[in-house]
Design a protein around this ligand. Structure first.
Ligand SMILES: Nc1ncnc2c1ncn2[C@@H]1O[C@H](COP(=O)(O)OP(=O)(O)OP(=O)(O)O)[C@@H](O)[C@H]1O
Length: 791
């Protein structure tokens, strides 16, 4: 790169910065102006005359209040627009752009060379000249999608082709170009290497300057209803979808807001880890939650199984879990619910004063009096209406009953006043808040009013009606909430009848095993506990019976770590978010909950969508770890060959197996100190929580934080955490604890070992005691350094 070119680029940069300065001054003036006009409008409140003596006066007052409100709203939004612009400009001033492309647009006849600078946001001056283009504009796609020469890119008007003649990348700091280089590749390795060599922080960063071609496909996909991303650990799946959200919010600005984008993430720690990416890109955060949070929010009275419990304690029922998580099960629930249209609804009596007022039989006969063409939801609605009518007619019956008579006699003065509404001060002028209040005031007339009755009988009737209505109100509420349906009994009934809807033998489950399982579930339900798979079935059944339509306003749904979901859960999410387009990310090699059947997940889920609307992207290149760490972790897998390490070099992983546990703890301490000296943030990853606790106790003199629950915050400095909480996260250095034969020898923890080792960016140490893990022993010696056990 000639010096002359560098000087010219710096001149361009200076020009941009000057324009940004000007624009910032304007934005500042705009903020001030809107502040001023806001206070003018506020003062105008004094001019609003409150006229309440005549109806036209009230209407006039209401109109001027409304106008006032509108004026304030307009000024307020002008103010926040100006403030947003000011903030964006301030950010742009630090680093207005990071790349430049020169190209000839094949669509244009005279084919003049165009130059486009690409940054985090567009910047145009008052004359409409674009100095910088947002990375999400169609033309910016050229930068990510190819090297020099012909490149296709998508615009809202269709596919375009450009002939790229220059790609230049910049590092700008405080208004000065630090480095710049031309590249022929999509994104130069040098830039990527630079981006990847940094230290980890507790927050994920945006990757816009170095988005890779395959990731760009994920980010800009707008066609698919289901976009399935399969990618190795550290291949940037999460990074890509965070940028995808920013892209979608930009592309559909005005039609889509961040509240309509939901992400299901593996744990709360992960939510914390990624929550800066979108704000860094100038967008608001999306809604993030875990499946556990979603389910337990919907079932507040149940204790839904936690991650810890799911991972550590519930491994005995694999066959049954397989069945409960299957699409067969999903369809069986549907078929069962369909049959409830004919018979079989489980209801409970609606008791009043200890007696059934609306008995089970009565409710059931109402429910089934409608013809078979009714949907379950219509049937329920019609039943509710009918039961509410019965309750209303009960008011008349109850009014004449002895208990009401007694209640009237026993009324205290205060209760009496409350019932008749006597002595209450009517709405006075001092209580007028808005035009609605004023209209009410007009209708009520003025002054407090005592209620008088024409006769004792009239008074008694009035009181009796009030008392009976009040007493029946909780029952009406239960009817409205469909509280007469005995959903627990219904759920157990579903499990009992399941063999009519699917073949247990397909899942190698005997009748006896199934019955035993049902007994265990009944016990759990009595204690208000549900496993994650049963929770989903329970919710689905409930939604089918009550006709819940799901959250229609959600437009995009992201599911990270999809391999830990069951097909049932996914089908349920599709049902619950009927208008959402799905982007799901997974790595079958990191399936730590669902094990073997994870391999059919992709197919199962895709079968729920129109095949023309399903896209699949595979990411094989990994970015997180050094080549040495990636080669080691992929070596642990039976079929890890397709994973390609990015060529960033570091030390070989070390493996140390000591004779005793105490010696292994000492080795961990030593490694921790070494990492701290080298400025590498360490995570010690254990298999289970109890092991994490035990090790934390043994290391209690070290500055280290135990992360025991997914709801905890990720702390800076060294941490110790169980494997299932490390999902999706990354650390400079990882120490895998108990990496030995006693803990890592069965094949079912192979993926787990892969998952935990792939969390390391720069340094990986495996420490255990007793015998070496056979999974490590199988690896070629060249992949790691075996340290002897003298500490
Ligand atoms: N194009 C890129 N440029 C710079 N850094 C990248 C790029 N792609 C990914 N990375 C970085 O690589 C690391 C791993 O990315 P990410 O966490 O998105 O991977 P993942 O596929 O979700 O991994 P896992 O399945 O293990 O959770 C992150 O630090 C991310 O910032």
């Amino acid at each position: 790169m000639s010096n002359e070119q560098k000087v010219r680029e710096q001149e361009y940069l200076n020009g941009v910065l000057k324009k940004i300065d000007l624009a910032q001054l304007e934005a500042e003036a705009e903020v001030k102006k809107s502040n001023g006009s806001l206070s003018d409008v506020a003062k105008a409140w004094d001019d609003v005359r409150v006229k309440t003596s005549t109806y036209s006066g009230i209407v006039e007052t209401a109109m001027s209040i409304r106008q006032q409100q509108q004026a304030i709203q307009e000024r307020q939004s002008a103010k926040s627009r100006a403030e947003d612009r000011y903030k964006t400009l301030a950010k742009q001033k630090e680093k207005p752009y990071f790349a430049r492309i020169d190209f000839l647009d094949n669509a244009e006849e005279n084919r003049e060379k165009e130059t486009v600078y690409i940054g985090l946001a567009s910047f145009a001056d008052d004359d409409g000249r674009f100095w910088v283009y947002d990375w999400r504009t169609p033309v910016a796609s050229i930068y990510y999608d190819g090297g020099l020469g012909q490149v296709d890119y998508m615009t809202p008007a269709g596919k375009q082709t450009a002939d790229v003649v220059l790609k230049r990348q910049f590092e700008i700091e405080k208004g000065v170009i630090v480095t710049l280089f031309d590249t022929e590749e999509a994104i130069g390795d040098a830039m990527l290497l630079n981006a990847l060599s940094g230290e980890s922080t507790t927050k994920m960063k945006s990757i816009v300057t170095t988005i890779q071609k395959e990731q760009n496909k994920i980010i800009r996909n707008t066609d698919a209803d289901l976009l399935f991303v399969q990618g190795a650990a550290g291949s940037g799946k999460t990074a890509a979808i965070m940028q995808r959200v920013a892209y979608l919010l930009y592309r559909y600005r005005g039609k889509l807001n961040s509240g309509q984008v939901v992400m299901f993430s593996p744990n709360q720690l992960f939510n914390d880890y990624v929550d800066q990416v979108l704000p860094e890109l100038g967008e608001q955060n999306l809604v993030q939650l875990t499946f556990y949070q979603y389910a337990s929010h919907r079932l507040p009275r149940f204790e839904v199984q936690t991650l810890e419990d799911r991972f550590e304690k519930n491994k005995e029922n694999e066959k049954i879990d397989h069945l409960l998580g299957s699409l067969d099960m999903f369809k069986a629930v549907q078929a069962y619910a369909q049959d409830l249209n004919k018979s079989g609804l489980k209801v409970r009596n609606l008791n009043f004063r200890g007696e059934p007022l609306l008995s089970k039989d009565k409710i059931r006969s109402v429910y089934y009096q409608y013809n078979e063409n009714y949907k379950l939801s219509q049937r329920l609605e019609a039943t509710q209406e009918s039961l509410l009518r019965s309750l209303r007619s009960q008011v008349g019956v109850q009014m004449k009953s002895d208990w009401v008579e007694l209640a009237i006699e026993n009324l205290s003065k205060q209760e009496y006043d409350e019932l008749v509404g006597a002595g209450q001060v009517r709405l006075g002028d001092d209580q007028i808040n808005d035009a609605g209040d004023m209209t009410r005031l007009h209708q009520l007339g003025e002054g407090p009013k005592e209620r008088t009755f024409s006769s004792d009988a009239a008074e008694r009737k009035f009181l009796a009606k009030k008392i009976a209505t009040q007493a029946l109100r909780p029952l009406a509420k239960r009817v409205r909430r469909a509280g007469f349906i005995n959903i627990n009994a219904q759920f157990v009934d579903l499990l009992r009848k399941l063999p009519h809807y699917l073949n247990l033998a397909d899942y190698q489950i005997s009748q006896q095993e199934w019955e035993n399982y049902i007994e265990a579930v009944i016990e759990k339900v009595k204690n208000r506990q549900l496993s994650l798979s049963t929770t989903t079935i329970y919710l689905y059944l409930y939604d089918l019976i009550t006709g819940k339509h799901g959250q229609r306003e959600i437009r995009y749904l992201f599911i990270d770590e999809i391999q830990d979901y069951t097909p049932f859960q996914l089908a349920f999410l599709k049902f619950s978010f009927p208008n959402a387009k799905f982007t799901v990310l997974g790595d079958l090699n990191q399936a730590i909950f669902t094990q073997d059947w994870a391999s059919s997940l992709e197919e199962d889920f895709a079968s729920l969508f129109n095949p023309d609307k399903v896209d699949f992207v595979e990411l094989t290149q990994t970015y997180r770890s050094t080549k040495q760490i990636t080669d080691f972790s992929k070596g642990l897998l039976r079929d890890g060959k397709t994973i390609e390490a990015f060529n960033r070099s570091g030390d070989l992983p070390t493996v140390k197996v000591t004779d005793t546990e105490a010696a292994a703890v000492a080795a961990v301490k030593k490694q921790l100190q070494q990492n701290a000296e080298d400025g590498e943030q360490t995570a010690i990853i254990t298999q289970t929580l109890s092991e994490a606790k035990a090790l934390a106790e043994a290391l209690k003199d070290e500055p280290i934080t135990l992360i025991r629950s997914e709801n905890q915050r990720l702390a800076p400095g060294a941490v110790i955490l169980p494997s299932y909480l490390a999902k999706g996260l990354e650390f400079d250095a990882v120490i895998v604890w108990q990496a030995d034969a006693a803990h890592y020898s069965k094949d079912d923890v192979r993926r787990l070992l892969y998952t935990v080792t792939s969390r390391a960016m720069h340094r990986l140490s495996l420490i255990g005691y007793g015998a070496m893990s056979p999974m490590i022993e199988e690896l070629p010696d060249s992949l790691y350094i075996l340290e002897d056990d003298n500490v």
